[in-house]
Design a protein around this ligand. Structure first.
Ligand SMILES: Cc1ncc(COP(=O)(O)O)c(C=O)c1O
Length: 385
C-alpha cells in the first residue's frame, strides 16, 4: 500500500485520520473574519495581565523554560492546599490525557467513557493500542450506571467530562461522589473539568453543588482532576493545562512527558492569568447571560437546546447539521456540526460576545427563511407574536 504501512506501529496504522480541532485552517479564518463559534474558545481573549507577562518574557526565549513549571505549579498547589507533587503542568490538558493513557494503558487494557464525549479521549486511548468503551448516554448526559456496568477487570481509566463536551451537561458533586465510591480500586477516574469556571458560575446561579473534586485529591483517591487555561482564561493558543492527583501517579506521567514542553511564555502568562479574577468573572458572567440569549433565540427558531453548564450550546436542528453549518459559514459564522459524534442533526455553538451571538442568530434566521422546515417554524412564530 505504501512504504511505511508495514513499518509503523499497529496503533498508528489503525488510528483514524480524524482531525478534531477547527473545521478549516486557522490562518484562513483569521483572514476571512469568520465569527468562530466552533471550538469553545474565549471570545474576550486573554487577560491584559497575561498579555503583559507574555511581553516581558519575550526577551528571554533564547533560554529553555523551567521544566518543572515551579512557580505555576506552586501556585496551583497552594490554593487548594495540595503539595506541588500533586500537580502536573502540561502543554494543554490534552497532553495530560495522552500522558495518563500512555502511563496506564496498553494493548489488552481499556478505558471507559460515554458516547458523545470529548473526541480526544478516543485518540489518546487508541494511540496506546488499548480499547475505549463508550457507554450509552441518558438524556444527553453521562449515564454513570451504564459506565459502571461497562467497567471490567481490564479497565484502567474512566473519563468523566464534567461538564461534557459537546452536550454541555453537568454531573452534580453528590452523584460523582457516589460513583467514585463504587469504582473498583484498579481504575483511575479522570475528572475532566476543562470548563470548571463556567460550570461553577452556572451552579451558583442554579443553587446546586458542581464539584468537590479537589477533596478527592486531598483524600488521596485514585482521581486525576484535569483543568486548563484554554477556556475561561483565554490562553488556548499558548497550550497550558494541568492535572491534580496522586503524587506517585503524576510522577509516572511526568517521566513520559517531553522535556521543556511548556514554554516560558506560557508559564508566565498562566501565572498572571491566575491572578486576574476580574477577567474570569467578566468571562463567566457574559457566558451565563449570553447562554440564555442564545438558547432563547434558538428555541424561538424551533430548535431543541440542551441546558448548558459550559461555554457552548448543544442544539438539535432536526435537519442535516453538516449542510446547515456550510450555509452558516457562507453567512460568516462557523459552528461545529456533530455528525462525527453520532448526532448528525445537531450542532455545538460556542457562546460568544453579545455581538457575535446576535450575528449568529441573525444568520440562523436568514437561513431559516431559506429552509422549508424552518420557514414554517419561523412563520408560525411570527404569527404567534
Ligand atoms: C472536555 C475537554 N477537555 C479538555 C479539553 C482540552 O483543552 P486544552 O488541551 O486546550 O487544555 C477540551 C477542549 O476543548 C475539552 O472540551
Amino acid at each position: 500500500m505504501s512504504r511505511f504501512f508495514d513499518l509503523v506501529s499497529k496503533p498508528a496504522r489503525e488510528m483514524g485520520t480524524s482531525n478534531p480541532p477547527g473545521t478549516m485552517p486557522a490562518p484562513i479564518e483569521r483572514r476571512s473574519h469568520v465569527i468562530k463559534l466552533d471550538s469553545n474558545e474565549n471570545p474576550f481573549g486573554p487577560s491584559e495581565h497575561a498579555i503583559d507577562a507574555m511581553r516581558s518574557t519575550l526577551g528571554v526565549v533564547n533560554l529553555y523554560p523551567d521544566d518543572d513549571c515551579s512557580e505555576l505549579r506552586q501556585q496551583l498547589a497552594a490554593r487548594p492546599g495540595l503539595a506541588p507533587e500533586q500537580v502536573l503542568v502540561t502543554a494543554g490538558s490534552t497532553a495530560l490525557l495522552s500522558l495518563l493513557c500512555q502511563t496506564l494503558l496498553a494493548p489488552g487494557l481499556n478505558a471507559v467513557t460515554s458516547e458523545r464525549s470529548f473526541i480526544v479521549y478516543s485518540m489518546a486511548v487508541q494511540a496506546t493500542g488499548a480499547h475505549l468503551i463508550e457507554a450509552n448516554m441518558r438524556n444527553d448526559a453521562f449515564d454513570l450506571d451504564a459506565i459502571l456496568a461497562a467497567v471490567n477487570a481490564n479497565t484502567r481509566i474512566v473519563f468523566l467530562a464534567n461538564p461534557n463536551n459537546p452536550t454541555g451537561t453537568m454531573v452534580e458533586a453528590a452523584v460523582v461522589e457516589r460513583f467514585l465510591e463504587q469504582l473498583p480500586g484498579h481504575v483511575v477516574l479522570l475528572l475532566d473539568e476543562a470548563y470548571y469556571e463556567f460550570a461553577l458560575h452556572f451552579a451558583a446561579l442554579r443553587h446546586v453543588t458542581y464539584s468537590n473534586s479537589l477533596d478527592y485529591v486531598r483524600q488521596g483517591a485514585s482521581v486525576v482532576v484535569l483543568r486548563t487555561f484554554s477556556k475561561a482564561h483565554g490562553l488556548a493558543g499558548l497550550r497550558v493545562g494541568y492535572g491534580l492527583g496522586p503524587a506517585e501517579l503524576l510522577g509516572y506521567c511526568a517521566r513520559m512527558r517531553n522535556t521543556f514542553s511548556v514554554s516560558s511564555v506560557a508559564q508566565a502568562a498562566a501565572v498572571a492569568a491566575l491572578e486576574d479574577h476580574h477577567h474570569v468573572q467578566r468571562v463567566v458572567e457574559n457566558n451565563a447571560a449570553q447562554a440564555q440569549v442564545l438558547a432563547q433565540g434558538l428555541a424561538g427558531l424551533g430548535y431543541r437546546v440542551v441546558p448548558t453548564s459550559a461555554n457552548f450550546l448543544f442544539c438539535d436542528l432536526g435537519e442535516d447539521a453538516a449542510a446547515v453549518s456550510v450555509r452558516l459559514r457562507d453567512e460568516g459564522v462557523s459552528v461545529r456540526p456533530l455528525g462525527p459524534w453520532g448526532a448528525p442533526s445537531c450542532i455545538r455553538v460556542t457562546i460568544g460576545t453579545p455581538a457575535q451571538n446576535q450575528a449568529f442568530l441573525n444568520a440562523a434566521r436568514r437561513l431559516g427563511l431559506r429552509s422549508s422546515a424552518a420557514t414554517s417554524q419561523v412563520s408560525s412564530l411570527a404569527r404567534g407574536s
